[in-house]
Design a protein. Structure first.
Length: 209
C-alpha cells in the first residue's frame, strides 16, 4: 500500500494541475495550415477541449503536495467531476473521429515499422508497463498508468498536445487522457496492429527518439 501511495504521489507531482494564469488561459490558435486535414481537425477539437478544461480549472483549488493521498487528489477529482458534467454527452470518436483514427493508425504502425519495433504490446508487458484500465470516455485513468509505455519516436511522430493532455495505449487502443483530471478524454480502438515488423526497441527507437 505504501508503494502504491508513493507511485500516486509521484504521478501527481509529474502531472499536477497547472496553477498559473498562463496555464489556465484559453490556448492560442495553432498554426496548422501545413498539416494533413485529419490532423488539423484533431488539433482543433483538442484545443476546444483544452479551452473548456482551463475555464473549469479556474474554479478548482490548486493541488498541494502532501502525504495525505485523499487530500492530494481532491482538486483533481473536483475537476474531473466538472468535466464530466460539461461533457455529459461525450462519446468515443468526438476527438478521435473515424478519419482521425484511421490516419493515426497508419502513422503509428508506419513509425513503429520504420524504427524496427517488435510487437509493442509484448514489449510493454515484458517491461511491466501495463496497468488494467477500463476503456470509456470520461472514465477514470489511474495516475499510476502514467508510467506506462510510449516510445519516444512515436511521441515525436504524433501530433503535439497541450500540457494538459497525453497519449497512451490501453491494449491496442490509443487513448487521449487529461493529466490534471486523470480521466480518459477519448480513445481510438485497434490502432496497434497485432504484430509490427521488428527488431530491438532500445537500438531502434529509444536512441533515435
Amino acid at each position: 500500500m505504501r508503494r502504491l501511495q508513493l507511485v500516486l504521489v509521484l504521478a501527481a507531482i509529474g502531472g499536477g494541475m497547472g496553477t498559473s494564469s498562463t496555464a489556465r488561459s484559453v490556448p492560442p490558435p495553432r498554426q496548422v495550415e501545413a498539416v494533413a486535414p485529419e490532423v488539423r481537425e484533431f488539433l482543433q477539437r483538442v484545443d476546444a477541449y483544452v479551452a473548456l478544461h482551463r475555464r473549469l480549472e479556474v474554479n478548482t483549488p490548486p493541488e498541494v503536495i502532501t502525504a495525505d493521498v485523499d487530500f492530494l487528489f481532491a482538486p483533481r477529482r473536483a475537476l474531473a467531476r466538472e468535466l464530466r458534467k460539461a461533457r455529459a454527452h461525450a462519446a468515443q470518436g468526438d476527438l478521435f473521429t473515424p478519419a482521425v483514427s484511421t490516419y493515426l493508425g497508419i502513422l503509428v504502425n508506419r513509425t513503429l515499422r520504420e524504427h524496427g519495433l517488435q510487437n509493442l504490446l509484448t514489449i510493454a508487458q515484458e517491461e511491466g508497463h501495463t496497468v488494467p484500465i477500463a476503456l470509456g470516455v470520461n472514465g477514470d485513468y489511474d495516475p499510476a498508468a502514467a508510467l506506462s509505455f510510449m516510445p519516444p519516436c512515436l511521441l515525436k511522430a504524433l501530433p503535439r498536445l497541450p500540457q494538459e493532455l497525453r497519449y497512451d495505449f490501453v491494449g491496442r487502443a490509443l487513448i487521449l487522457w487529461d493529466v490534471h483530471a486523470a480521466l480518459i478524454v477519448d480513445f481510438a480502438p485497434r490502432v496497434l496492429n497485432e504484430m509490427t515488423e521488428a527488431h530491438d526497441l532500445n537500438e531502434a527507437c529509444t536512441i533515435s527518439g
